[in-house]
Design a binder for this molecule. Structure first.
Ligand code: SF4
Ligand code: SF4
Length: 435
């Protein structure tokens, strides 16, 4: 039987073999953490601590700055030693709190509640809100907002995104292998909050053992179905996943709630379970440190605020051949200009690529109108035209070609024989015109 999928897409080499067999290990607790007050789309948090203040692990240090916002918590116990502007993974200066780790790992009050599933939807939502949970697949959108759809947009389906279609990354894969029951519990909590009786887990078919583990964990849940999906990038993009799992088409510029669906990542489902059961805030996450440029690839449980340089050191350092370090995967990630950048709630991977094979900006050529990018764009766009208009400065005209429907998956740049920086040109146009 044909596996569920979407139109378009590409098949980059998946390179997951580098880290997929590395079980999740606790990363070394860093000497200090640098915790940005803005780690997600929406309003930045407001600091509620001052320099010199002692904090416990899990203590709130930044409160939500609005509805589309999520609080941040200390990932270590120790003392606040600085509050100031530091660069994030995209090179943008962000107000951040620096905490010196006292190494005592002293937790703020958290308590096991084995009866969490009996809590009311409102109580569960409150726990998710207090834990500062955001989407952990990369975009880091506050989870509470997705769980609060307007009345006119009723939700009937929750999908857990286990596609992990970005090459190299294996954090979600390891979670599905090692914590399948907890992920299913997280899905049940999300279904209860949204009063939904249909839940899916969508996993690309190149992870048959993860499909098996998740099916086993869901075997007594008649309302939950685990689906194997065709291996194709960007299968894990929300709109593509919804299409593959439910057959529903999210309208242009629309949201999953327009077709009655909420999508959450595997890591987010685990964080939801831990918040509901233990009241544990989102202070750590699994990060895949991988690539041909790193000595010892690994999947590490990392405290938010740990510097990338600390993680690279724990993985045996960079090889001499390493040319570029990326936060995220090779298709949608961002090249880091400094390794003293902190891991945030949305950091799924740190990827070190060898110098050989890296395309440099000056290498690109003119569009030869081969049409390959148009054939594979999952959104049905004309990436060639968008890149040409942006290159020539006709940013407003790019809107006529549905500029804002592009979700920057990078597939067009991947297939372009002229190595055109299509996504960078699209991002430039988006930053200069209003939607
Ligand atoms: S135009 Fe945007 S959505 Fe289409 S392939 Fe390129 S990056 Fe992906
Ligand atoms: S793939 Fe590259 S060269 Fe071919 S049409 Fe698209 S932008 Fe032009």
């Amino acid at each position: 039987m044909a596996l569920a999928t979407f139109k378009g897409g590409v098949h980059p080499p998946d390179k997951k073999e580098l880290a997929k067999n590395e079980p999740i290990k606790e990363a070394k607790s860093p000497q200090r953490v640098l915790i940005p007050l803005s780690q997600h789309l929406g309003a930045p948090c407001k600091s509620i601590v001052s320099i010199g203040q002692e904090v416990k692990k899990g203590e709130m240090i930044g409160e939500a700055g609005g509805f589309v916002s999520a609080p941040v918590h200390s990932s270590v116990s120790g003392k606040v030693i600085a509050i100031g502007d530091f660069p994030n993974a995209m090179g943008k200066m962000v107000t951040s709190i620096v905490i010196e780790n006292d190494g005592k790992e002293e937790w703020t009050n958290i308590k096991d509640n084995p009866d969490y599933i009996k809590l009311s939807p409102e109580e569960l939502k409150e726990k998710i809100k207090a834990a500062g949970i955001v989407g952990m697949g990369g975009a880091a959108f506050p989870t509470l907002v997705k769980l609060s759809p307007p009345k006119e947009k009723p939700i009937d389906t929750v999908i857990i995104n286990g596609a992990e279609c970005e090459p190299y990354l294996t954090a979600d894969y390891r979670l599905m292998i090692e914590k399948p029951k907890e992920i299913i519990e997280g899905l049940k909590i999300l279904m209860k909050v949204l009063n939904v009786n249909k839940g899916f887990v969508g996993i690309e078919d190149n992870k048959p053992d993860a499909v098996q583990k998740m099916k086993e964990a869901a075997k007594n849940e008649p309302n939950i179905e685990v689906l194997a999906l065709e291996v194709k990038y960007p299968q894990g993009a929300e709109k593509m996943l919804i299409r593959a799992v439910t057959g529903r088409e999210v309208p242009p510029r629309g949201l999953p709630m327009d077709v009655s669906v909420v999508v959450q990542n595997v890591g987010t489902a685990l964080a939801v379970y831990e918040a509901a059961r233990y009241g544990k805030p989102l202070i750590e996450r699994v990060v895949t440190v991988t690539g041909e440029g790193i000595n010892r690839p690994a999947n590490l449980m990392v405290k938010v605020g740990t510097l990338v340089s600390d993680l690279i050191e724990q993985c045996g350092g960079l090889k001499n051949t390493a040319g570029k370090v990326i936060s995220g995967g090779p298709m949608m990630g961002f090249a880091l200009s400094s390794l003293d950048t902190p891991v945030t709630k949305g950091t799924s991977g740190i990827l070190a690529l060898p110098e050989e094979g890296i395309a440099h900006a000056e290498d690109f050529g003119p569009c030869i109108r081969c049409g390959r990018c148009i054939d594979i764009c999952a959104m049905g766009l004309m990436p060639s035209m968008l890149s040409i208009l942006s290159e020539r400065g006709f940013y407003e005209d790019a809107k006529e070609y549905n500029l804002f429907d592009c979700f920057e998956c990078g597939s067009c740049a991947f297939v372009c024989p002229s190595k055109r920086p299509i996504v960078q040109l699209i991002r430039l146009a988006k930053s200069l015109v209003k939607p």
